[in-house]
Design a protein around this ligand. Structure first.
Ligand code: ASP
Length: 439
């Protein structure tokens, strides 16, 4: 059995955390391929090594001194090495990094060293083989991942090894230049490794015990989600529920490999399972609630609009011309509403309004700002009668005025538009009716 196990920055922020990680790996023989992040924050006012490295790069690129900053980073690794009682030294690595930065090494190269060095320590600590991600993860010239080539190289290399440590977050292009994923990208590396070794599971270890039904900043001590499907996760992640990099699901999803989100600080917690499909019912009809503030709606009215072929296209063209993507577009007989992100729209609003007039010739246009959208997501909704009824009566009892309703044909989620000021109350009301009431 083989598992790919990825550990996030907070799981590897200090020697103490490394020891927890070591125990987790040693407690299960199938945890054979390990993907570490760079050391993260040890406390809320601490710095992530990746941020410190970006800072070194900025300084070097602006011709400023970066030695003192690099020394701080070196100290962080030294503390880990000493705390683990290892005899290795990273002195020559730091000399090389310093020299490369002075010679104008790139931003991605600088950032990637956090994972590279942590990977070296991890390999030494576990006695596993270190595999430089630059040798097995291939980026195209335009910065996108060459997933086919990556899978080929990675499979060939890793399948010949019993145990390996592959640092997260980076790879290299065909000229050998280091390229990173976007922030949080070690999750993607973990997924690529899981795919390459045909892992039975991709364990992603972090500092929370998986996904929660709702945002703990809004709902007091929300329940955790035991099992979630990839599709549900996409819906919730889009609405802001983030534990995992959104691109991390694609490589494993295609292979039918589940992801298990686990907590390094509470290794006995089962965490959340992310699966392609399941016959396990979610505990509460709904799987999760998430939402986002900062939307506005553009309400367009025109008599007989519904019989005018091409009306919707003309309206959307006005947004497209200004490079604005729309989020939702509910419509009635003579009205059509377009929801957009307020910050994307604000500076261009008059241009969009005049373009709608020019292209679609509506009777009137009205803009409403400071709206929030919430998504109630759950595979269980399809089979349960009255879900929508329960949601809307809960919102009515909480005195929340519903401004928009959009249920996708998948019946996997219901999107509800409310005023920004009602947002928290709306989330709590939906949580209470499905979860608190069922406890
Ligand atoms: N260390 C990188 C970051 O801070 C990548 C990662 O942790 O996944 O974004």
């Amino acid at each position: 059995m083989r598992k790919a196990v990825k550990f996030g920055g907070s799981s590897l922020a200090s020697a103490e955390q490394f020891v927890k990680v070591g125990n987790i790996i040693k407690s299960d023989d199938s945890r054979r391929y390990v993907i570490p992040s760079a050391p993260g924050k040890r406390s809320s006012d601490d710095e992530k090594v990746t941020d410190m490295l970006y800072d070194c790069y900025e300084k070097a690129a602006n011709g400023k001194k970066f030695d003192a900053r690099l020394k701080q980073i070196k100290l962080r690794y030294k503390e880990i090495i000493q705390g683990l009682g290892l005899s290795m030294s990273l002195d020559s690595d730091f000399e090389e990094i310093g020299a490369n930065l002075s010679k104008g090494a790139g931003r991605d190269y600088a950032a990637s060293r956090g994972e590279y060095l942590n990977g070296k320590i991890m390999a030494e600590y576990l006695g596993f083989t270190f595999v430089d991600a630059a040798e097995v993860i291939v980026f195209n010239e335009d910065g996108t991942l060459d997933d086919i080539e990556t899978n080929k190289k990675m499979s060939a290399r890793l399948n010949a090894l019993e145990h390996a440590v592959i640092p997260g977050f980076y790879g290299a292009d065909r000229n050998g230049n280091v390229v990173t994923f976007s922030r949080g990208g070690s999750d993607i590396t973990g997924s690529l490794v899981a795919k390459a070794i045909h892992a039975e599971v991709y364990e992603n270890w972090t500092d929370v015990s998986g996904f929660l039904v709702a945002d703990p900043r809004i709902v007091n001590k929300p329940e955790g989600i035991e099992t979630i499907t990839y599709r549900e996760l996409r819906e919730l992640a889009y609405m802001g529920a983030t534990v995992l990099h959104e691109d991390a699901i694609f490589p494993v999803r295609k292979e039918g490999i589940p992801i298990n989100i686990r907590n390094t600080n509470k290794p006995d917690d089962k965490g959340t399972w992310i699966v392609e499909s399941t016959c396990q019912k979610s505990k509460y009809t709904i799987t999760g609630i998430a939402g986002k503030r900062g939307f506005c709606s553009i309400n367009i009215e025109k008599d007989m609009m519904n019989s005018e072929i091409g009306f919707g296209r003309k309206v959307l063209q006005a947004f497209e011309e200004q490079d604005i993507s729309f989020e939702h577009m509910p419509s009635g007989i003579d009205t059509l509403t377009v929801f957009v992100h307020q910050d994307e729209f604000m500076d261009k609003e008059q241009k969009v309004v005049s373009a709608i007039h020019r292209l679609a010739k509506p009777d009137s246009i009205e803009i409403e700002s400071d709206l929030a959208l919430l998504a109630v997501v759950g595979r269980g909704m399809r089979a349960t009668r009255g879900t929508a009824g329960r949601i809307f009566s809960a919102l009515a009892h909480a005195n929340v005025n519903v401004k928009m309703i959009d249920q996708g044909s998948s019946e996997l989620n219901i999107i509800i538009g409310v005023s920004d000021c009602d947002f928290d109350r709306a989330i709590r009301a939906v949580y209470d009716i499905f979860v608190t009431a069922a406890l």
